[in-house]
Design a protein around this ligand. Structure first.
Ligand SMILES: Cc1cc2nc3c(=O)[nH]c(=O)nc-3n(C[C@H](O)[C@H](O)[C@H](O)COP(=O)(O)OP(=O)(O)OC[C@H]3O[C@@H](n4cnc5c(N)ncnc54)[C@H](O)[C@@H]3O)c2cc1C
Length: 493
């Protein structure tokens, strides 16, 4: 099989019989990250069809099947989960796996509280390491941190805030070699951490099997059969009567779509708009704004140099680290500025690197309102990290830790790309597009948001939309509650 593997590394860990990429119409397909066992054929009909076996589709299918069985309102087999490849073939399988609540968009704090409850429900089978999350800013972000610390506490997600000398003391108590001079404000989230992206796909797939979900992998959705609908509140106004696939049509009552970077295509099929006028809280309007913008992520991995670890002073697995120094440039060995700011996130990633190591990244880069989604992820020639990224990433860590001052030789030369479809305000949309078709569009930062599937399942079983999901409706763009409260170089705030 001829697939890109530039550094000759094992790209297909950790499950030995993970499928290899296949070709559809001459285009390589990013495969599932777990072996596919006991896959079901497409039935002719089902009460619920969930499209996409990423974090959102799988979490929805699992929680829905479990809730139906436990409430007696249905059976796990009422749920059909469809993916053109299988678990983790989209962004979920290659994400960095960071689970944090560092958002200036307050309503996300409750989404993360609901999500960490799911991560905590089975940390072993979800590969969840609750090591905490430490984020650092300069003086210009202090007010934002104070606000978000309070909002996190109010939403049941405890965090500690440190400023000035307290911030320096806290950082050096964790990592004695930390260089604190630019660090004016620090937030420590206790319930956050990271998860193994392949492990959680394996765990969710097993849970779907246990609760009787019909798991249909290797079948592509090609469209939705629509009726004119009841006017029940979907963005597009229609109603889905069936899902058209490469294996025939499946009739259904309810659809949930968790299609990651493929969301724009499903959105259009379901009758959602391609452009829209956006009203902001200060009343200014952006006319004819593209509904979706694709961005590409810049990430990489680095082995631990001999004798170096990423542990705290007391020998523990260290918190995920997130640093944004908006006024501090990063220079290369040649003295040239690589970027005029520090933005770096890093987590311990032995399960990813294949040896003790780190995985992390920086701010994504916009592509535009169209992108070449296939082949996806590491298979794409078009959307891998730029040449400047390895030096930038290693230099940012060297600026922060004495122990990481010479990381460049240990950067792992392998592909790490991935793209996502972002919403107009870069905040998720969790809403009905058709009357009976709910779309989970996380604006490509929702690996951590495993609880959205549980909230969606509750909505389908109880008939009421949970309050946590309400702020993420599509109507916000018209009614002036568009999000935009941010002070960062990064779109994910
Ligand atoms: C490089 C990278 C790093 C990231 N790091 C983080 C991080 O650290 N923390 C975080 O919270 N988020 C992170 N994200 C974002 C996160 O990975 C995504 O937001 C999240 O995984 C999206 O999940 P999903 O279920 O919506 O979609 P996906 O995981 O993309 O799954 C969509 C699935 O739908 C299937 N599909 C699509 N179209 C069809 C069709 N027509 N028929 C059948 N199946 C179809 C695909 O095969 C795919 O399996 C990262 C993203 C990238 C790209």
């Amino acid at each position: 099989m001829n697939f890109p593997n530039l550094g000759g590394q094992n790209q297909w860990y950790p499950f030995m019989d993970r499928p290899l990429p296949e070709q559809v119409d001459g285009v390589m397909q990013n495969p599932a990250v777990v072996p596919l066992h006991n896959v079901d054929p497409l039935p002719a009909s089902a009460t619920y069809v969930v499209v996409g076996a990423g974090i959102h589709g799988m979490s929805t299918a699992y929680h829905l099947a479990m809730a139906l069985e436990k409430s007696g309102k249905g059976k796990g087999s009422d749920v059909v989960l469809i993916d053109k490849q299988g678990p983790g073939a989209g962004a979920t399988g290659l994400a960095c796996g960071c689970v944090r609540n560092l958002y200036m968009t307050g309503p996300l704090h409750s989404i993360l509280r609901a999500s960490v409850e799911v991560w905590e429900s089975d940390p072993v089978n979800f590969g969840f390491q609750q090591v905490g999350y430490v984020s650092i800013g300069e003086e210009n972000q202090t007010e934002d941190y104070i606000k978000l610390n309070q909002s996190q506490i109010d939403s049941g997600y405890p965090s500690d805030l440190y400023t000035g000398d307290d911030a320096h003391r806290f950082l050096t108590s964790l990592w004695p070699d930390f260089k604190t001079d630019k660090c004016d404000v620090v937030l420590h989230e206790h319930r956050s951490g990271y998860a193994g992206t392949h492990m959680v796909m394996w765990g969710l797939d097993q849970k779907c099997r246990q609760w009787g979900v019909q798991r249909v992998y290797g079948v592509e959705v090609t469209g939705y059969e629509m009726s004119s609908g009841s006017g029940g509140g979907g963005v597009g106004g229609g109603s889905v009567t069936g899902v058209a696939t490469s294996a025939g049509t499946i009739k259904c009552d309810q659809v949930v779509v968790g299609a990651g970077a493929w969301t724009p295509r499903h959105w259009e099929w379901l009758g959602g708009p391609n452009v829209l006028d956006i009203v902001y809280p200060d009343s200014h309007v952006a006319n004819d704004h593209a509904m979706w913008t694709y961005w590409r992520l810049l990430e990489g991995e680095v082995w631990m140099p001999p004798g170096v670890d990423y542990r705290t002073a007391d020998g523990k697995d260290a918190p995920v680290l997130h640093v944004e120094l908006m006024n501090t440039p990063v220079y290369g060995d040649d003295g040239e500025m690589i970027q005029d700011h520090v933005y770096t996130y890093t987590r311990y990633a032995a399960e990813r690197v294949g040896a003790p190591g780190l995985q992390g990244g920086t701010i994504p880069i916009p592509i535009g309102d169209s992108a070449q989604v296939e082949p996806y992820g590491h298979l794409s020639d078009a959307y891998q990290a730029d040449d400047w990224f390895p030096e930038y990433y290693c230099k940012t860590l060297g600026m922060l830790f004495k122990r990481f001052e010479n990381l460049e030789p240990y950067f792992k030369e392998r592909r790490n790309g991935g793209i996502g479809a972002f919403t107009p305000d870069n905040v998720p949309i969790f809403d009905h597009v058709a009357d009976n078709a709910f779309v989970i569009a996380d604006s490509n930062h929702g690996f951590k948001m495993i609880g959205v599937g549980k909230l969606t399942a509750n909505m389908l079983v109880d008939g009421t939309k949970p309050w946590e999901l309400e702020p993420f409706n599509f109507a916000r763009f018209a009614d002036g509650t568009t999000f935009g409260d941010r002070n960062s170089n990064c779109p994910w705030v």
